[in-house]
Design a protein around this ligand. Structure first.
Ligand SMILES: Nc1ncnc2c1ncn2[C@@H]1O[C@H](COP(=O)(O)OP(=O)(O)OP(=O)(O)O)[C@@H](O)[C@H]1O
Ligand SMILES: [Mg+2]
Length: 390
């Protein structure tokens, strides 16, 4: 397996004058509140350990003050850790010299913030080219590269305008273009879209997802919005009081929230929208028949099952047989429609509800994976709606 892009190991940050005292108290298991009460020190990040894989969008989520910004600043070392390690591309960044770190930040890590901090007197093009200018790239080349990224974010026609002539959403795209222009392998985005209205925000998420399809950078993305995290995150880490309380894919977090703090983020969000057929299928609910003869039909339908799916040699669905087929010399094979693993819940619901039998779920090669019946659909819908009222 490929080595991870980032490894974070036992990372802690305490804001206070005496790191040694802070480490001692942390080692005794002091919480954020206890530490503050005893010393006045603020616990920013408490013993975070995780890996970020190359090419994924890793979202950090949590309430205000939970330590998201501190954690990402520890990663690019704008903040010095109290304890623990950050390893990027196999290199312990504690061992990287200051000067090297500065050049690394300029060329291989980009940051995008909530306030886009564009330079008002400079053109959109000059703003997009700024990171390259700081990195010492000559004018012609940096303008070419900046124009290419402005094209990617849909702003090439505005290259000669001033930032003030653009809407907030467009200005945020200039901020994104500036970060992309240096072609970093790691992008760190702290609430980058939070100041935008919901529509602009969704539009930026789409721009990011589209770019990600083409370029596959590693992105660490801070957000306090669950819907944003679910839409763009390959995985999500949820922070509370400096600790990471859960890490998982959107589906893992929705299906299995670690505690009430995590569940509270679901409030008002229809999380079922983010589930797919693969998340709700049952693996062994429907009996399977591998060869369609009277004996196999009788033995697979000898329990309470009303029907069984028939598979071919490649494990693909040929159809299904019902109890009427028991005893028939040539059991009648009935047609059944299949649902693929990635089908969103909304489509699963309408298709399953239009059928009396469970529908088989298949992978991209058409191989049988599991089944979904009406009861499974109802269960997931009521559970997720229910969670919104806890
Ligand atoms: N430079 C600092 N000095 C002292 N305390 C700090 C400093 N920076 C952050 N903190 C504290 O560390 C904790 C985590 O702050 P951080 O900014 O990382 O939270 P956050 O999750 O990014 O919050 P928000 O969603 O509001 O941006 C908070 O209690 C904060 O007060
Ligand atoms: Mg923050």
């Amino acid at each position: 397996m490929k080595s991870p892009k980032i490894v974070v190991d036992g990372l802690c940050k305490v804001f206070g004058p005496n790191p040694k005292l802070a480490r001692e108290l942390l080692a005794k298991g002091a919480t954020k509140d206890e530490l503050f009460a005893r010393t006045g020190y603020v616990l920013g990040v408490n013993n975070a350990s995780f890996e970020v894989h190359e090419g994924e969008i890793f979202v950090l989520m949590g309430l205000s003050g939970s330590g998201k910004s501190t954690l990402i600043r520890l990663i690019n070392r704008l903040v010095e850790p109290t304890a623990g390690k950050v390893i990027i591309d196999g290199r312990d960044i504690a061992a990287v010299r200051r000067s090297e770190l500065v050049s690394l930040r300029r060329t291989d890590m980009s940051m995008v913030f909530q306030s886009f901090a564009l330079m008002p007197q400079r053109s959109v093009l000059a703003n997009a080219a700024f990171g390259l200018e700081v990195a010492g790239v000559g004018r012609k080349e940096r303008e070419q590269r900046a124009l290419a990224v402005l094209e990617q974010v849909g702003l090439a026609a505005f290259a000669q305008k001033l930032p003030a002539e653009l809407s907030g959403g467009m200005q945020q795209r200039v901020g994104l273009a500036r970060a992309l222009a240096v072609n970093p392998s790691l992008m760190i985005m702290d609430e980058a879209f939070s100041a935008l209205d919901p529509l602009k925000r969704k539009e930026m998420q789409n721009v990011l997802l589209q770019l990600q399809k083409e370029q596959r950078r590693t992105i660490m993305f801070v957000s306090h919005d669950l819907e944003e995290a679910l839409r763009i995150g390959s995985r999500i880490a949820i922070m509370e009081g400096g600790r990471i309380v859960q890490i998982g894919t959107p589906q893992e977090i929705i299906s299995n929230p670690a505690d009430d703090y995590v569940r509270a983020f679901f409030d008002g969000v229809d999380t079922s929208r983010y589930l797919t057929a693969g998340d709700l299928m049952q693996r062994e609910a429907v009996p399977l028949i591998r060869s369609l003869d009277a004996k196999s039909v009788a033995s697979s339908l000898n329990g309470s099952a009303d029907y069984a799916f028939v598979l071919d040699a490649q494990h693909r669905i040929s159809g299904f047989v019902t109890r009427d087929a028991i005893g028939a010399a040539q059991p009648a094979l009935k047609q059944v429609e299949c649902i693929t693993l990635g089908t969103p819940l909304e489509q699963v619901v309408s298709r399953v509800c239009a059928n009396t039998t469970a529908l088989p779920v298949v992978d991209d090669e058409g191989r049988y994976c599991g089944s979904i019946d009406q009861a499974a659909v109802l269960k997931v819908i009521t559970r997720n709606r229910g969670a919104a009222h806890v």
